[in-house]
Design a protein. Structure first.
Length: 410
């Protein structure tokens, strides 16, 4: 309601504004409603206090006041901004316990009975954080001018978002996107209906987020989305961390190999995992799974459409959990550089080669290569994917017409 009131009282667009609340003054009617609410605190307090122990209330309120300011570094937003009362507020003073444990999520020190053991890592998580992790993501549809404005007001303040671009035919280069899913680490997923609103979505502020360098975009297999955004919607995707590339780096690290693809004297062909398989592998079945009742929808077609969109939204929300699971110990500079090459992989083609050379199960060569390999001048073009490679990464092949071409290892 607060954002809606501001929208009704201020007609200027907020797209591109970094500090939206500082530049859009609060309407006088909103100030009046806050003043009335403040005065009602007294009557509300008198109605509730009854025979309550005011001394205990004061100590509990003190713990509530210290809940965030006692933390040197704040944990993830979803573990402190949620609809539940923290465990250490309306309870006995936990500092009296001889043994205390720290929740790995909210970073609070609690007695052992309020914690549950995380089996795969041996670390502890409190009851509240377990409930928060089981909650479904908040799916917000952006399908009109007002919802677009509200979404942009929220997203322009985010430092990291997860992004999934959806279209009917994934390998159709000139087909426009239908929906774009943008998630936050607070379990909110904005579903932008590109098919309905068209280019208004990008002009309304989404272009600034996707092209900007202040907000990191977590994506999975970003090459096709980057190509479509550029070729069809004239959006130059930037500042991406690709989790598919990160997953390959994680496997290299787990086998004690170099994070680079061309470790040693031979270039390795890395088989790629899908997003769903990666979530099931590293985050068990994922933090979020949405089940929809078909009887709640008027038609089977509408149920199927909504179910697919909400499933995609759940996957978008899971990308944060997957990223946090894989990023530990990884070199972010290497990941950013490799992700940028992955973003440019398809959109750098003026005309695409045959699909079998670019849509396959392997990580493209030269994505996870170190700088010394990429800077070598003497390179040849592969006869299949048409990318430039070192001669060591190419081999001679014969075509049906008996002519010869060199091919990369893929």
């Amino acid at each position: 309601h607060f954002i809606k009131d501001i929208e009704q009282s201020n007609t200027e667009s907020c797209s591109g504004t970094e500090n939206v609340w500082a530049e859009r003054p609060i309407h006088q009617e909103i100030l009046k409603s806050w003043a009335v609410g403040t005065l009602n605190f007294f009557s509300l307090f008198e109605a509730l206090k009854g025979e309550k122990d005011l001394e205990f209330l004061a100590s509990a309120s003190e713990r509530y006041a210290n809940h965030m300011r006692s933390l040197e570094k704040l944990p993830l937003s979803r573990y402190i901004f949620h609809p539940y009362l923290p465990l250490d507020v309306l309870a006995v003073d936990y500092t009296n316990f001889e043994v205390n444990y720290v929740c790995k999520c909210c970073k609070k020190m609690l007695p052992s009975e309020d914690l549950g053991l995380i089996q795969e890592s041996g670390r502890l998580k409190c009851k509240i954080c377990r409930i928060v992790d089981q909650d479904e993501p908040d799916v917000i549809w952006v399908d009109d001018a007002f919802s677009l404005n509200v979404a942009m007001c929220a997203l322009m303040l985010e430092k990291t978002v997860s992004v999934i671009c959806h279209k009917q035919a994934r390998q159709a280069r000139n087909e426009p996107l239908e929906t774009i899913f943008v998630g936050t680490d607070e379990s909110k997923v904005y579903v932008f209906d590109v098919k309905l609103l068209g280019e208004t979505i990008f002009e309304g502020g989404l272009r600034d987020i996707l092209e900007g360098t202040k907000c990191v975009k977590l994506m999975f297999d970003c090459k096709d989305s980057a190509d479509t955004l550029y070729r069809v919607h004239n959006v130059w995707l930037a500042r991406v961390m690709d989790i598919q590339v990160l997953e390959v780096m994680h496997r290299n690290k787990s086998t004690k190999r170099s994070p680079y693809q061309n470790s040693g004297n031979e270039t390795e062909c890395k088989v790629l995992n899908s997003l769903v398989r990666s979530i099931h592998t590293y985050v068990k079945k994922g933090r979020y799974s949405l089940k929809l009742d078909a009887e709640a929808f008027g038609s089977e077609e509408l149920w199927l459409q909504t179910a697919k969109a909400n499933w995609k939204a759940a996957i978008t929300a899971n990308m944060f959990a997957l990223f946090y699971k894989l990023q530990s110990g990884s070199d972010k500079e290497v990941l950013f550089e490799a992700s940028q090459r992955y973003v440019d992989y398809l959109r750098s083609y003026e005309d695409l080669p045959p699909k079998r050379y670019i849509y396959h199960k392997f990580l493209p060569m030269n994505i996870l290569n170190d700088a010394t390999c990429l800077e070598v001048a003497n390179k040849e073009a592969c006869g299949g994917c048409q990318k430039l490679f070192l001669s060591a990464d190419l081999q001679l092949g014969h075509l049906n017409d008996k002519s010869q071409k060199v091919w990369c290892l893929y």
